[in-house]
Design a protein around this ligand. Structure first.
Ligand code: SF4
Length: 400
């Protein structure tokens, strides 16, 4: 596909929108914490902030491009193909700026019904489905593409697999925008290209057992149509496998899945043949790795409970919760509004819908860890910390 997109915003526009972005999403308290060892003490409450949290380089860029697009095209309608990032507050801010969202439906007649030739298409940081991109390009829309460079790296990898006759085995969530866009690259690259999406270690172990035994009778039940390419024949399409991953998965799990599949291939074809049947490339992005590492450091540094802030549909935030809740009580919240009282909290347990919980903030000395996913603005993190201190009945220390 020939890519023809709107150019990057000029230095002048970036400077102008930078002021607006700073005012919308920064926090004086978080700035203070960054400059003072990521720790604040008030009475018997200690707040420890992860050394890496919040907006990543890809999100910074996506937001800058979105604000710049509004600035550059003040009188044109701008459409996002989906959430720009997984944070409800940020998406709401874009709506306030009159950036609209294409209807979320597979029915193209409905999805494109209100598009006019002069409209601007804004592609989120996750990227967009290859077929849809081709449509926008062919129709000549102005396209502002905020697809993160780390996502483009995954695309490059799976296209390479398709070209070399390897099926892309993607560790990811089949219904996540990034994975939808990634697997679309496989079929766009080669008519014979195939992919299979594997969610977790259990699925990888099931798959490995089938590879070793050559018994595919349970394959369709374990890996339904939405997780694989069309006309997928496991006996044919799993002879040569290239592993990649959604950029925001749990790093340790991705590595283990690669090892499980590699071992199965070695057992099936012989260790000497592994290289001609198996390729692997770690495509977890560095921002995800940094945030996961920082949470592990915080956990080993001694915290009593963890508050993890981010959109409920944010994959990388969910994994920060997963790491934390394996060790201490941990709560995934969207914003300060979830901290109802010192006893009541609305939080999302792993793999479940958000619920109201109790006893989340006990009395007595407490060390509370705080982190935020890659799509969480400092402004929200700052308000959460202020709310925790308020519920603990201690004043915010002077920031001067
Ligand atoms: S989490 Fe990683 S892949 Fe996603 S936008 Fe941020 S840097 Fe890019």
């Amino acid at each position: 596909m020939t890519r023809s997109f709107s150019k990057a915003p000029s230095k002048e526009i970036r400077a102008q929108v930078g002021v607006q972005i700073e005012s919308d999403f920064s926090s004086r308290l978080v700035g203070y914490l960054r400059e003072n060892g990521y720790k604040i003490q008030a009475g018997d409450t200690t707040i420890k902030l992860a050394a890496e949290f919040g907006f990543c380089y890809g999100v910074d860029r996506a937001i800058e491009y979105a604000f710049a697009a509004r600035h550059r095209f003040p009188n044109r309608r701008i459409w996002l193909t989906g959430e720009i990032i997984h944070n409800p507050g940020v998406n709401e801010r874009l709506r306030e700026m009159k950036i609209d969202f294409l209807p979320n439906t597979d029915d193209k007649n409905v999805r494109y019904a209100d598009l006019a030739k002069d409209d601007v298409i804004l592609i989120p940081a996750f990227g967009a489905d290859s077929e849809e991109m081709t449509f926008f390009l062919n129709e000549g829309y102005e396209i502002v593409d905020t697809t993160c460079g780390s996502v483009l790296n995954v695309w490059k990898r799976v296209r390479k697999y398709a070209n070399e006759g390897f099926t892309a085995l993607v560790h990811g969530k089949y219904d996540h925008e990034e994975t939808i866009a990634t697997v679309s690259q496989v079929c766009a690259e080669s008519p014979d290209g195939h992919y299979l999406v594997v969610l977790d270690l259990d699925e990888a172990r099931d798959l490995a057992a089938m590879i070793v035994s050559g018994d595919w009778s349970d394959f369709d039940r374990k890996f339904p149509a939405h997780a694989r390419s069309k006309d997928f024949d496991p006996a044919r399409d799993l002879m040569r496998i290239g592993v990649a991953n959604q950029t925001t998965m749990l790093e340790s799990e991705s590595r283990e899945i690669g090892e499980i599949v590699r071992a199965a291939i070695a057992e099936r074809y012989g260790a000497g043949e592994t290289e001609s049947h198996f390729l692997s490339f770690d495509t977890i992005c560095s921002a995800t790795e940094d945030r996961q590492r920082a949470v592990k450091e915080l956990l080993s540094d001694g915290v009593d409970r963890m508050i993890v802030i981010g959109g409920y549909n944010s994959s990388n935030t969910g994994h920060l919760l997963e790491l934390s809740s394996a060790v201490i009580p941990a709560y995934h919240i969207v914003d300060a509004g979830c901290l109802i009282t010192a006893d009541r909290i609305i939080a999302k347990p792993n793999g479940r819908e958000p619920v109201e919980m109790t006893d989340w903030l006990p009395e007595g000395p407490q060390v509370i860890g705080v982190t935020g996913g890659a799509s969480t603005p400092d402004s929200i993190v700052g308000l959460v910390i202020e709310r925790i201190l308020q519920l603990r009945g201690v004043p915010l220390p002077s920031l001067d």
